[in-house]
Design a protein around this ligand. Structure first.
Ligand SMILES: [Zn+2]
Length: 61
């Protein structure tokens, strides 16, 4: 069964699933702002992870 990314809704192989560790709370916060129903344990796809991580970088500049 493919994994469906909760934040972009795309189906993908489970090996692309990223679990965000608590050390990256800022990334978790950015995702939760856009997707309040999302939980860390749901994970995100690599693409979304990199997207939200990139968003944080832009804001910090
Ligand atoms: Zn995604």
């Amino acid at each position: 069964m493919d994994y469906i990314c909760p934040t972009c809704g795309k189906a993908m192989p489970r090996d692309l699933l990223m679990m965000i560790s608590h050390t990256e709370g800022h990334v978790v916060g950015a995702i939760k702002k856009k997707h309040p129903e999302w939980a860390e344990s749901d994970g995100v796809c690599k693409k979304c992870y990199l997207y939200y991580k990139d968003q944080m970088k832009k804001k910090n500049k």
